[in-house]
Design a protein around this ligand. Structure first.
Ligand code: BG6
Length: 609
């Protein structure tokens, strides 16, 4: 996820662009840049690091004359954070500059075509194909060139386009990435979200997918892919800037939970083409696959729990032994790792000290390493033989949500990819897995919609307990680990996960009158057994909150409260089942007045040991 902004009016553009980029910095902050039109020429200034570096380089914009410009703050997806990969990107003829938020999924084919036609590239980014396409289609009409170039793209984009032949107009295009137009008096704006605009204007219009606009000081003209005008309603924003940064949500964690359908879509969709799973940064030949006799997943915190859920899918589909190891333990375990081990490293930040140390230990013993990370150019990504990015966008809240579900999405894609390569599942099972993974974003949205109204009430009921049990079997047990951690992390309630089958071996002794037990029952293969556990716990006075399919009458009849879920493929169910448990923890923490985005004693990334 990146942030884009544009301005055209009577003021100097650069200071306004920089101010807007500072408000968008939470959307991405590994590099930034601006392009300003002045005297029929483009001035482009871009640099790695925070907006402060760009401000310093441009004397806070004062050194850059011109009243029309575009700006970008980057969260790298394709190409590490470098000056060359920062936006804006310029056309070879120097006539155009482009900023982009989103992912161009077919950029490799477009790049090859453009190189073939003689265009030269300066960056490794997907975005750069856009500016060369616009140049290629330009015959004097920028609007037409932008429409034709957009028609060639697949994926998601919010584009800002400057052209030296249009000294006061910026062109924008939107497909699946947010783009808001700000209407001023004698000046107009666009941005990725309201945060960047609200201190300049509260009058906004929302561009929809497949729409374009020409933004000039005189006004904003919106049109569709055929060039036909589109009418838009003006909205009045009542948020303040701080609220706007969170997209109107009270906390970043709530915003990031609600982003999970989009984040998992952005992570899954580019890796399935014509019904086949593929990874642009990772491929295993038959020979290499045959040489692997085990897979080790290593991580910390929630990433470790994502590994516990991913293990089930990989073993079920690929029949390769998978062990999931806490990085802080693996690094000291004198591990049985060699060149026949595939090491999968999970890390949202890519900077967790123990994870890096464990990875180095395993590399030294010959393991082939695949990193699943959310930060391009992070240490874990740089150390790995292969990298598969989770395209979740920046995750600000300390307690991960979209980081976890996008890691799971990658693990499910990986399990299916390996199964396809190994031929360990019949073709119809492979196709069913691809379809089930594709449905994860939609099912996450359904899980949110089914429970959004009830969860605040459930939170009020359960928020005053000193402890909570989370129980489940197999995939439900894997989810219970992360569900309990979420509750601990942000509400400080002592929540513990137990394998449901273990209750009789000691832990049921802790059940007292009123003890909350969250019983996860989304794995039909073992639900009957967990229903027995529910009955046993209730017989000792427990208050049972069951997490199960909305039509599972057997479980619902036994529980005191229910979190209902849409039916889904069992082996991939953790990616959906976890979401209402994230929300439960969020609303309980909110009831308890906790600092949800920055829980006490916790850090977003533990870069020290
Ligand atoms: C913790 C975070 O500090 O580190 C967790 O709060 C995270 O959310 C864990 O799961 C591991 O971090 P990372 O960046 O390696 O996934």
């Amino acid at each position: 996820m990146c942030g884009i902004i544009g301005y055209t009016g009577t003021e100097q553009a650069a200071p306004i662009l920089l101010d807007g980029l500072r408000k968008l910095e939470y959307r991405g902050y590994d590099s930034a840049g601006i392009a300003v039109l002045y005297d029929n020429a483009l001035t482009v200034c871009k640099i790695t690091g925070r907006i402060a570096n760009l401000s310093e380089k441009t004397e806070d914009g004062k050194a850059t004359p011109g009243q029309v410009g575009i700006g970008h703050t980057r969260w790298a997806t394709h190409g590490a954070p470098t000056d060359e990969n920062a936006h804006p990107h310029k056309s070879n003829d120097g006539r155009f500059a482009v900023v982009h938020n989103g992912i161009i999924e077919n950029y490799q084919a477009l790049r090859a075509e453009l190189v073939e036609k003689g265009y030269t590239f300066e960056s490794e980014t997907d975005t750069e194909v856009v500016v060369h396409l616009i140049e290629m289609y330009y015959e004097g009409d920028v609007k037409n060139a932008v429409i034709r170039a957009s028609a060639r793209l697949r994926g998601s984009w919010a584009l800002g386009v400057l052209c030296t032949d249009c000294p006061d107009t910026v062109y924008v295009a939107r497909e699946a990435s947010p783009l808001i137009l700000g209407a001023g008096v004698g000046e107009n704006y666009f941005a990725s979200d309201i945060t960047a605009l609200v201190s300049y204007t509260r009058n906004v219009m929302y561009l929809d997918d497949g729409e374009f606009a020409a933004v000039s000081p005189a006004g904003i003209t919106i049109f569709d892919g055929t060039g036909r005008p589109v009418e838009k309603k003006l909205h009045r924003i009542t948020w303040d800037v701080a609220a706007a940064e969170k997209g109107g949500y009270e906390h970043f964690m709530l915003k990031e939970m609600m982003e999970q359908p989009r984040a998992t879509e952005a992570t899954i969709s580019p890796r399935i083409r014509d019904g086949e799973v593929f990874f642009e940064g990772f491929a295993l030949g038959e020979e290499e696959l045959r040489s692997i006799d085990k897979i080790v997943i290593t991580a910390c915190g929630s990433a470790y729990y994502a590994g516990c859920a991913g293990k089930i899918a990989i073993e079920r589909l690929c029949r390769i032994p998978v062990s999931v190891e806490l990085a802080s333990e693996l690094r000291y375990a004198d591990p049985l790792i060699d060149e026949h081990t595939l090491l999968v490293v999970l890390s949202q930040s890519g900077e967790t000290a123990d994870t890096i140390a464990a990875m180095k230990e395993c590399k030294a013993r010959g393991a082939r390493t695949v990193a699943v990370v959310n930060v391009v150019g992070s240490t874990v990504a740089a150390l790995a033989d292969h990298v598969i990015y989770t395209w979740a966008g920046p995750e600000i809240a300390v307690a991960t949500t979209k980081g976890y579900t996008t890691q799971l999405s990658v693990l499910y894609l990986l399990a299916t990819y390996l199964a396809g390569k190994k031929g360990s599942v019949p073709r119809e099972r492979y196709d069913a897995c691809v379809a089930a993974i594709r449905s994860i974003p939609k099912l996450i949205q359904e899980a949110i919609d089914l429970n959004a109204a009830a969860l605040p009430r459930l939170a009020r009921k359960y928020c005053d307990h000193a402890s909570m049990f989370y129980i489940g079997r197999n995939t439900d047990y894997a989810v219970s680990l992360e569900g309990a951690l979420k509750m601990k992390e942000i509400s400080y309630i002592h929540a513990e996960s137990y394998a449901a089958g273990e209750l009789k071996h000691g832990t049921i002794a802790l059940i007292e009158e009123g003890q909350p037990v969250v019983a996860l029952c989304c794995n039909e293969d073992v639900t009957e057994k967990t229903v027995s556990n529910i009955v046993e716990c209730k017989a000792r006075g427990a208050e049972v909150l069951a997490v199960t399919f909305r039509d599972n009458g057997r479980v619902i009849s036994q529980a005191d409260d229910v979190i209902a879920l849409p039916r889904m493929e069992t082996v991939f169910s953790p990616a959906v089942e976890i979401v209402p448990l994230q929300m439960l923890a969020y609303y309980v923490a909110r009831e308890r007045g906790c600092d949800i985005d920055k829980p006490k004693n916790l850090a977003k990334s533990v870069t020290v040991e």
